[in-house]
Design a binder for this molecule. Structure first.
Ligand SMILES: Cc1cc2nc3c(=O)[nH]c(=O)nc-3n(C[C@H](O)[C@H](O)[C@H](O)COP(=O)(O)OP(=O)(O)OC[C@H]3O[C@@H](n4cnc5c(N)ncnc54)[C@H](O)[C@@H]3O)c2cc1C
Length: 261
């Protein structure tokens, strides 16, 4: 028998600001964070969203007893277990998505539910060259992965952001070159990241990747990296984080159907 599912934790917003024009950093706090693992930056988590105007007491009861609120997948950007705080970076893509809308409206004292974190995406570093590719939604996992790399790591990181001011300071090894590409309308398709990876001088030796972003782009990159270049599954973190025109639940359904096919 499966053990009963743990209820999500209720966390409070203790800080919120635009880190860059299209990225909102939300600092969440709560006693439950003291029970979590430090060093989980880059791991994904689930954020449960209250309805507009819902009281904290009503939302807390809903987290425990259901029905399940709207839930979205995010990345732990910073974890400070000792301070019982963590940061999550939300792409500000307008009010059409409940998570983006929640982050845009969040204030000190706002609240949400939290489940996770899961395992980190790139737990070991052993490559001769690294290839990191991210759009805005995957900047948190890319930043955490670059931070965790050995300081003598070498490679390239390609980022696509909505505005050049969305480029963030990255604590990357000196040998990993950072390339910032701008695509001003994230709702319109872009092939810049695909073109950049095709133009990358694929090295001999072991390559490890951390690649994530819009699903159509990721599909093309997966076919190139694992198909044409033959990269082994264990050397390759590559994941579609959102899909143009689909809400997250529809996107996840699509991923499950593709995996089963
Ligand atoms: C493992 C994992 C980790 C993730 N980590 C992060 C993270 O740290 N930060 C982050 O911002 N996102 C992250 N994402 C992506 C995030 O889950 C999706 O962007 C999600 O759809 C946002 O929910 P929403 O309620 O704002 O929009 P939804 O209700 O899901 O979608 C509403 C509309 O907005 C569009 N949309 C969704 N995301 C974007 C976007 N980024 N840019 C433009 N349009 C969009 C959809 O196509 C849809 O048309 C992660 C996804 C995964 C799978």
């Amino acid at each position: 028998m499966n053990p009963p599912k743990k209820s999500p934790y209720l966390l409070q917003v203790v800080d919120v600001w635009h880190l860059t024009p299209n990225m909102i950093r939300v600092t969440l706090a709560g006693d439950a964070i003291a029970t979590m693992q430090s060093g989980c930056e880059g791991a994904n988590c689930k954020v449960f969203l209250p309805e507009a105007g819902q009281s904290q007491a009503a939302f807390g009861a809903q987290l425990m007893n259901g029905p399940r609120p709207t839930v979205r997948t995010y990345t732990v950007r910073h974890m400070r277990v000792e301070d019982r705080e963590m940061d999550i970076d939300f792409v500000d893509h307008g009010d059409a998505g409940p998570a983006s809308a929640w982050a845009r409206a969040a204030k000190i004292g706002s609240f949400c539910g939290f489940a996770g974190p899961g395992p980190v995406k790139v737990p070991e570093f052993y490559a001769d060259r690294y290839l990191v590719v991210a759009d805005m939604s995957a900047l948190p996992v890319a930043a955490a992965t670059l931070e965790a790399m050995p300081r003598d790591a070498q490679g390239d990181a390609f980022f696509e952001v909505t505005h050049i001011d969305d480029a963030q300071d990255m604590n990357a090894p000196d040998g990993v070159r950072l390339h910032w590409l701008v695509h001003p309308d994230p709702h319109a398709p872009s092939t810049q990241l695909i073109d950049a990876v095709h133009a990358w001088n694929w090295p001999t030796g072991t390559v490890q990747t951390c690649i994530a972003g819009e699903s159509g782009v990721i599909k093309a990159l997966r076919s190139y990296v694992t198909g044409e270049k033959g990269l082994a599954k264990q050397d390759c973190y590559i994941s579609g984080y959102w899909k143009m025109g689909l809400i997250e639940d529809e996107h996840q359904q699509m991923k499950r159907a593709e995996a089963a096919a």
